[in-house]
Design a protein around this ligand. Structure first.
Ligand code: ADP
Ligand code: MG
Length: 342
């Protein structure tokens, strides 16, 4: 049995014919960091709110640890689920010191125990010396660590975080990903994060759950998700890619595409239904290389320089044309390429 089990969880909001979350099936192990990743409106926040108990599923079950928190017959209130929540805007109390903010969630504890525990978690997030300051005297990244310290203080089984990095600028964001993951692992807590940003998801998660329109598309470790996306949605949402149309060869070992015949890797064969002869092939921009001579010819239509590499838009010549879309290809910055180069 997994630590958290979500079984066929569905949510219909009143007045909507389409479920916001559709028959979700997800098991999470103790100590795992899981991220729900998907475009805006795909049901991430609704999923988190149902796990926390702020929203009731229309049907389905949830268990956390050895406690069934949602069944067909009853629902355990949020405060009895052993969950810590980090909100997008941190929701710190401006009129309370950092120490008081962190002690806030410990109302049933004695004052002495509260103080001791608050100091412990401030230590854990590396901000013990800020205990007497007020939230406005801290930077955005520090406020976020305080919010996490407050969520961790009551020793929850699970920490839920909704878009935790969205209020941070790019540089701080990268640093915080690293720090938050370290803190969660040190606290040995199970965590579920929500984001629409693939880089956030890949940087902090043991496993990523990609969602679209309320439906889980794939559950996988970041590397696996990137290398072997299960469908076109995942291939396009997780990183950039070129999707080529192809037709399955009669030998069931090859795909014929407009840029050539591709041999199927062994692990893909079992995933393909033999009767579907028309397929899509995903080729990542970094999986292509430009050369002076070669089998395929194309013209560079755009060059976007990003510092680490250059992103090219290349339209293949007619007999190799892949739909009408130009291909996205990454080239090293040293390679001399101009618009119009063939
Ligand atoms: P995400 O967090 O992935 O952006 P949400 O879970 O917030 O998505 O929303 C999923 C869908 O449910 C959206 O279509 C949204 O409009 C709808 N929705 C969310 N909350 C409510 C609500 N309280 N009442 C009605 N519809 C809602
Ligand atoms: Mg949301």
């Amino acid at each position: 049995m997994s630590f958290i089990e979500i079984d066929r969880m569905t949510k219909f909001f009143t007045g909507s014919l389409k479920p916001a979350v559709d028959s979700m099936q997800l098991n999470i192990e103790k100590g795992e960091i899981i991220t729900l990743l998907g475009p805006s409106g795909c049901g991430k926040t609704t999923t988190l709110r149902m796990i926390a108990g702020f929203e009731q599923p229309s049907s389905g079950r949830i268990s956390i640890g050895d406690q069934e928190v949602v069944t067909d017959d009853y629902s355990v209130p949020p405060e009895k689920r052993g969950i810590g929540m980090v909100f997008q805007d941190y929701a710190l109390f401006p009129h309370m010191s950092i120490l008081k903010n962190v002690m806030f969630g410990l109302n049933k504890w004695s004052t002495r125990a509260k103080k001791k525990r608050a100091q412990e978690v401030l230590e854990l997030v590396g901000l013990a010396e800020y205990a007497d300051r007020y939230p406005t005297q801290l930077s955005g990244g520090q406020q976020q660590r305080i919010a996490l310290a407050r969520a961790l203080a009551p020793e929850p089984h699970v920490v839920l975080m909704d878009e935790p990095f969205s209020n941070l600028d790019a540089g701080l964001r990268e640093k915080m990903r690293f720090e938050i993951m370290g803190i969660l692992k040190k606290a040995n807590v199970t965590a579920i994060m929500v984001t629409h940003d693939q880089k956030d998801a890949f940087a902090v998660s043991d496993r990523v759950v990609v969602m679209n329109e309320g439906v889980i598309q794939q559950i996988a470790e970041p590397r696996e998700m990137y290398r072997c996306p299960k469908n076109c949605f995942v291939a396009q949402f997780v990183g950039k890619t070129n999707l080529l149309s192809g037709v399955m060869d009669d030998d069931l070992q090859h795909i014929n595409t407009q840029i050539g015949r591709v041999c199927l890797p062994e692990q893909w064969k079992e995933d393909l239904e033999s009767e579907s002869s028309s397929v899509k092939l995903s080729i990542r921009p970094e999986g292509c290389r430009l050369a002076e001579e070669g089998e395929y010819r194309g013209t560079v239509e755009h060059v976007t320089y990003s510092g680490e590499f250059q992103e090219l838009s290349v339209r293949l010549q007619a007999d190799h044309a892949v739909s009408n879309e130009p291909m996205v290809i990454y080239a090293p910055v040293e390679q001399d390429i101009e618009i119009g180069t063939t």
